[in-house]
Design a protein around this ligand. Sequence first.
Ligand code: GLU
Length: 431
Amino acid sequence: MCGIIGYTGYREVTPILIGALKRMEYRGYDSAGVAVQNNTLKIVKDAGKVSNLEQLVRDSVLTGKSGIGHTRWATHGVPNQVNAHPHTDEEKTIALVHNGIIENYIALRHELGKSGHKFVTDTDTETVAHLIEQFYDGDLPNAVTKALRLVKGTYGLAIVSKNHPGMVIAARMGSPMVIGHGDRENFVASDPAAFLHFTRDVTYLEDGEIAVITTDKVEYRNLADEPIDKHLEQITFDIAAIEKGGYAHFMLKEICEQPQTVADSMRGRLLIDEGTVKFGGMAAVSQTLQNAKRVVFLGCGTSWHAGLVGEYLFEELAGIPAEVEYASEFRYRSPILEPGTVCFAISQSGETADTLAAIREAKRHGTPVFGICNVVGSTIARETDAGVFFTRVQKSAWPPQKLSHRKSPFCSCSHCRWAVAAELAQAVAAS
Ligand code: GLU
């Protein structure tokens, strides 16, 4: 996972790129770089944090009204200056940034090598820049489309060329890409947080889609080169919630926010007096849930551990067999998903690539998949059949007026244990 930003408009591009990269640094942080268009194509990149790039950018004069930027989380090639994005073709005419893995890059490199292409990095990404250059005959969108038809793997891409000032091309296959529509300016990013200060009107790219972005319009097409219509959506969530919020590190922020997060997640949803819960996002699928014969939790890392808690609770409270699967293994092991099985995919960011792949595998079997994540508009939120956002909740029905069921502090029925958990969460949040 990495961060991608692209901009074209009337403002100076460099501060926009750097600001966006800082906001997305949680997505990847071993290297960072920018390419700025201004009749020329200037690239500044290095290993290290965005603050390091910021200093380098300050030292070189980087002016222009369009460009692309990247924070890297290396998969192919060590994190160093050469392997940092953006990558270019040999003539440095085309520059691009990439999130994902080009699975057939060795075969592509081999073929391009036969036509004289020389590669300078160890990355899979560089291959794509050379491939586009190979197809380029003056029409950049066309060259991108032709090149991407040969690429296997996952990508979110933002591409610029010295020959096409003011044009940024974006493409998606398996990695999130969102277009921000502004007034005489447009954006592309792997995360809308990158440009929410400027616009909340967005379009999400789907797999196999390409966006040709210029200052006053965005055109969409698919890999067959057919134009497609996309719908504009409005982002309503608050940007502060997905930033570091004053903490030095995201991990520290997450640890310190746990009591508040637990309390927020329960608020308005745990109906203690009624002995039940209320999830607006799940209402439409309540029948499917009631008929479920088996529950499979999908997640990676901490989400996988959260799934273990879910497993215990589902078996104990609902009496439904439950299990937890590593999302990263799920699609490789021919899972048995008989009718009556439902899946819950858990992801903090809503963008975990392995969890997304597991969701698609489950859906391929016709299994209903529900999401539990905390980013509205994220890919997992959009690709699951229904779900729950666990931090942004409505404020209602809290605090509970009375805990009528509770007989003694030692009552261990599930109703009372939930009530005690809720009280605890409330107390912690208040402290
Ligand atoms: N595979 C590319 C690389 O290693 C992109 C990694 C990323 O998503 O940051 O450079």
